[in-house]
Design a protein around this ligand. Structure first.
Ligand code: ADP
Length: 361
């Protein structure tokens, strides 16, 4: 398999739109790397540049140490799976899967073997003689996966492959792709706007915003140690709460809702009067039955309770800021009630108000 390296890659479209700026990334051999970010942040452009479907304005892309900037897609030893499947409608499942191999003059017997194996893995054996229009969305996406697998490429590129599927099928196919990675031991570069897909599939995740990389980390670190407010709010449902608080220069953070005294391990050096954004994950907001003020707690008024069955999301108004706690489903909070909530102080993340960057102790 293969490594993919992008160095100082930039992409400006002919209309002047800067889609990707100074992109530096080394995808490791056999890694499942996910590019995630909101629509328009440059994920597809990045993937298409690796595929060779889009020219690079400047910088270099290499696969297995070989610069591929000027190599046409067919010579890059990659296979791409698209959101819209991109199957040939007049060809059967088997013909769709065989097409790329025939172009490369793979011997007939080998084509048969590879298709039979891929079809078995993907549960497509009974459908080999059907046309794409006779298949469900999930089956079509399996065919697209099969067509990629039989090529035995160095690198797989996935562009939002699950976006056209309904919610249930999406979860099934997500697991399928996960299993496929374990089985193929392949290098995979995967684009999605869905943070759940990114978290569940990625060995590492690249968070992108407006053509820039904001953070590269494994899912657990990304969740627990967001490097900036953007990562903090993009990853996690409900997202991380961000409450503006003011430092008193003596280890305390204050807001109208209360005062917190975080341990030194999480408290960066702050000037008296400096405002920071205090990040608290919803499951780190410990709700108490206490209605009287006490130390290290924030006064929170219940706005809406969303019942999820296994848990509830309680949306509070905390000094005019909306904050969410994940609670037990039977806590029974009601609109308008006031509580004191206690953030887990050793887990707080502090961010600079102006830049949004994390402030480290
Ligand atoms: P994403 O995949 O994250 O949704 P894209 O890579 O498709 O983002 O797009 C990144 C930016 O480049 C967007 O601002 C988009 O409008 C712009 N863009 C994409 N394709 C083209 C194109 N062919 N011509 C001009 N601008 C484009």
């Amino acid at each position: 398999m293969a490594e993919v390296t992008l160095s100082h890659v930039r992409k400006v479209y002919p209309n002047g739109a800067v889609a990707v700026e100074d992109f530096n990334l080394a995808v490791r051999d056999r890694e499942f790397l996910v590019l995630v970010g909101p629509s328009g942040c440059g994920k597809s452009t990045t993937l298409r540049m690796v595929a060779g479907l889009e020219e690079i304005t400047s910088g270099t892309i290499s696969i297995d140490g070989k610069v591929v900037n000027d190599l046409p897609p067919k010579d890059r030893d990659i296979a791409m799976v698209f959101q819209n499947y991109a199957l040939y409608p007049h060809m059967t499942v088997k013909e769709n899967m065989a097409f790329g191999l025939k172009l490369r003059h793979t011997p007939k017997g080998e084509i048969e073997e590879r298709i039979a194996e891929a079809a078995e893995v993907l549960g497509l054996t009974p459908y080999l003689s059907r046309l794409p229009k006779q298949l469900s969305g999930g089956q079509r996406q399996r065919v697209a996966l099969g067509r990629a697998i039989v090529r035995q490429p160095k690198v797989f590129l996935f562009d939002e492959p699950l976006s056209n599927l309904d919610a249930k099928m999406r979860v099934e196919m997500r697991e399928e792709i996960h299993r496929l990675h374990l089985r193929l031991d392949a290098t995979i570069l995967y684009v999605t706007h869905d943070q759940t897909e990114a978290m569940t599939l990625g060995d590492r995740i690249v968070v992108m915003e407006s053509g820039h990389i904001r953070q590269v980390d494994d899912p657990v670190r990304l969740y627990n140690e967001p490097a900036n407010c953007f990562s903090a709010s993009f990853i996690g449902t409900p997202p991380m709460n961000l409450l503006p608080m003011t430092a008193d220069g003596q280890g305390r953070l204050t807001s109208e809702a209360g005062t917190l005294m975080p341990p030194q391990a999480v408290l960066p050096a702050l000037a008296p009067g400096q405002t920071v954004l205090v990040g608290i994950r919803p499951e780190q907001m410990i709700q108490t039955a206490d209605r009287a003020p006490f130390e290290n707690a924030l006064l929170a008024e219940v706005d809406i309770v969303e019942q999820m069955g296994a848990e509830a999301y309680v949306h509070f108004n905390v000094a005019g800021v909306r904050m969410t706690a994940r609670t037990k489903p039977d806590w029974g909070a009601r609109h308008g009630e006031r509580y004191y909530v206690q953030p887990m102080l050793d887990r707080l993340c502090l961010f600079d108000v102006a830049s949004g960057e994390r402030l480290y102790a």
